[in-house]
Design a protein around this ligand. Structure first.
Ligand code: ZN
Length: 497
C-alpha cells in the first residue's frame, strides 16, 4: 500500500479494548492514510457504503482512495506483538528440548550465538528470521541479538529494510558465559551498546516521524552481568528514560537459586534489577514463572505480599512477557497469568525462540491457553472442586482458563502495553498506526483445519467470534494473507505472490 494514497477497508474488524473486552464490528469502514487509521465507521450496511465512503473521504479532502472490500470468510485483526524472542537462535529451532535452562544455554544456545561474529552468516540468518516473523503476522517484535555490536546493527538494518516495528538489543554478558562467548569487561560491553544505540537511532524512517526500529538495553539476565555492568546499564537508562529495557526473570528454579547466591544483598530476583534502576515502565521482563514462589510455598501474610516481587514490578510499571511454549518445552514452569492480570500487571506473549520451538504467535496463544488450563486444573485439584468455566465476564481470571478475548489481548494490545506503545499500536482505533493482519479462512487458503462454509460465513458477531477462535487455535501463516506495518504491506501469504 502506498502511504501517499489513502486506503479504505470494508469488512469485519475484531480487536480488544482491554483484557476482557473483544469488540466485533461485522461491517466496518476503516480508512488508512499516512500509515495511520484516519477514521473508523463501525457499522455500515452494504447499500449505504458508497455514500458513507464518499462523505467520509470528502471530510478529509480526499479525491482518490483505494477500496479494499473483504470477502466472506475474511476479517482484520491487529498485528501480533511478540515481546520476547532471540533472532540468532532461529537456527536452533527444534533442538535441545532434553535440557533445562542452564544446560540448554551452555550446550545449545551459546555455541550457535557465537557464530554471529561472522557477519555474512548474521546477514543471511537475520534476513530469513525477519521475513519469517513478518509472515507469521508479527508486526512488532522485541529481538535479542547476540553480544556482537556489528551483527546487532545488521539485525536492525534488516528489520528497518523489511519494514517491521521492533526493538533490537545487543546482549550484555560479562560473566558466567563460556570464554569464547563472553565480553571481556563491563566497559567494553557498554561501549558496544552505545554504538548500537547510535546506529539504530541513525536509521532514517520510511515515513517521516514514524520510527519503527528502537534500541533496547538487553542485560541477558542477572547471572550473566556483573554488578558493575548492571550499574553502568542503569546509568545509561537513568540519563535517557526513552531507552527501553528487556531481560529475563525467574524462568527456572535453578536460575532463581543461582541469582540468590550472586546477589545476596537483594531480597528477590526482581529487587536485583530494581537496585540498578532497570525496572520501570518501559522494561520487558520475560517469563516470571517463579515470581514470589517463596511466598506461595509459605502461605504468606499481607505484609509479605505487599513487599512481593509482583507488587514491586507493578509499582514500577514494568511488564511481563509470558512465554508458554518455551516454559513448557524447557520444563521451566507455569506462569500465573490470570492472577497477574487480576492484579493489574501489564502482560503480553513471547515466542522465546528457541526455548520455544515456534516463531508463530499463534502457537504462543495456544500454549498460553494450555498453561492457564494447567493452572485451573491444579487449582481444582487442590480445592477438590469442579473446574471453573470461563463464562462470567469480566470475572477474575486467576485460577481459570483464559477466555478467547484475553488470548487475543495478550497477543496484541497486551504486547503494546508491555512495550509502552499502547498509544501507537495494539488495536484498531483512529489515530493509531495501521499495524494489522488481513486473515482469511476461505477454502482457497488450502488450510483444511479452518475451512468454513454456509452459515459460518454470515457476518454476524456470533459467527465472527467462531472464525476468530478457529483461526487462533487452528490457523497458520496460510491464513495470514496480508501483514501491514504503519500502513505498508510488509508480509503475508499474498505479499509474495
Ligand atoms: Zn529468552
Amino acid at each position: 500500500m502506498a502511504s501517499s494514497l489513502p486506503t479504505i477497508f470494508y469488512g469485519p474488524i475484531l480487536h480488544t479494548l482491554n483484557h476482557h473486552t473483544l469488540q466485533i464490528l461485522p461491517r466496518a469502514l476503516l480508512a488508512v492514510a499516512g500509515g495511520r487509521i484516519a477514521w473508523l465507521i463501525e457499522n455500515v450496511l452494504p447499500s449505504d457504503s458508497g455514500d458513507t465512503i464518499r462523505s467520509a473521504a470528502a471530510s478529509k479532502g480526499w479525491h482518490v482512495a483505494r477500496l479494499h472490500a473483504l470477502k466472506d470468510g475474511e476479517f482484520i485483526i491487529p498485528g501480533f506483538i511478540d515481546t520476547h524472542t532471540h533472532a540468532p537462535q532461529f537456527p536452533n529451532l527444534g533442538r535441545g528440548q532434553d535440557y533445562e535452562l542452564l544446560g540448554w544455554l551452555h550446550h545449545i544456545t551459546f555455541p550457535t550465538e557465537s557464530r554471529f561474529k561472522d557477519l555474512e552468516y548474521a546477514r543471511r540468518t537475520y534476513e530469513s528470521v525477519v521475513r519469517r516473523t513478518l509472515d507469521c503476522g508479527t508486526t512488532t517484535c522485541c529481538y535479542y541479538a547476540t553480544l556482537h555490536e556489528e551483527a546487532t546493527n545488521i539485525l536492525a538494518d534488516v528489520v528497518h529494510k523489511l519494514g517491521q516495528r521492533a526493538f533490537v538489543g545487543k546482549c550484555n554478558m560479562d560473566r558466567e558465559s563460556p570464554d569464547h562467548y563472553c565480553e571481556p569487561s563491563a566497559q567494553v560491553s557498554i561501549e558496544a551498546t552505545q554504538g548500537t544505540i547510535q546506529h539504530i537511532r541513525g536509521l532514517k524512517p520510511a515515513i517521516p516521524g514514524m520510527n519503527l526500529v528502537h534500541p533496547i538495553l538487553t542485560p541477558r539476565f542477572a547471572i550473566s552481568c556483573t554488578p558493575e555492568l548492571l550499574g553502568s546499564l542503569g546509568e545509561l537508562a537513568r540519563v535517557d528514560r526513552t531507552l527501553a529495557i528487556q531481560t529475563h526473570i525467574s524462568e527456572n528454579p535453578s536460575e532463581v537459586d543461582f541469582v540468590r547466591t550472586l546477589f545476596p544483598d537483594c531480597r528477590t530476583y526482581a529487587h536485583v534489577y530494581d537496585a540498578y534502576g532497570l525496572l520501570r515502565e518501559n522494561t520487558v521482563l520475560a517469563h516470571g514463572c517463579h515470581l514470589d514462589s517463596d511466598l506461595l510455598d509459605a502461605g504468606a501474610d499481607e505484609e509479605a505480599i505487599s513487599e512481593s516481587e509482583i507488587e514491586l514490578i507493578l509499582s514500577r510499571g514494568a511488564g511481563l512477557s509470558h512465554c508458554p511454549t518455551s516454559n513448557l518445552n524447557l520444563r521451566s514452569g507455569v506462569a500465573r497469568v490470570g492472577e497477574w492480570l487480576d492484579r493489574g500487571l501489564k502482560v503480553s506473549l513471547g515466542t522465546d525462540v528457541s526455548g520455544g520451538y515456534s516463531p508463530s504467535m499463534l502457537d504462543a496463544v495456544r500454549h498460553a491457553s494450555f498453561c492457564s488450563k494447567l493452572v485451573a486444573m491444579e487449582h481444582a485439584r487442590k480445592e477438590n472442586s469442579t473446574l471453573p468455566v470461563a463464562n462470567g465476564k469480566p470475572a477474575p481470571l486467576g485460577n481459570r482458563q483464559l477466555p478467547l478475548e484475553t488470548l487475543l489481548f495478550l497477543a496484541t494490545l497486551g504486547g503494546a502495553e508491555v512495550c509502552n506503545l499502547a498509544s501507537e499500536v495494539g488495536n484498531l482505533v483512529p489515530g493509531k498506526s495501521f499495524d494489522a493482519l488481513v486473515v482469511s479462512l476461505r477454502p482457497e487458503t488450502r488450510n483444511p483445519n479452518v475451512w468454513v462454509e454456509g452459515d459460518e460465513l454470515q457476518r454476524s458477531e456470533e459467527s465472527l467470534q467462531i472464525l476468530l477462535e478457529k483461526f487462533l487455535l487452528c490457523g497458520d501463516d496460510r491464513n495470514i494473507r496480508a501483514v501491514y506495518v504503519a500502513g505498508r504491506l510488509a508480509g503475508g501469504a499474498d505479499a509474495s505472490i
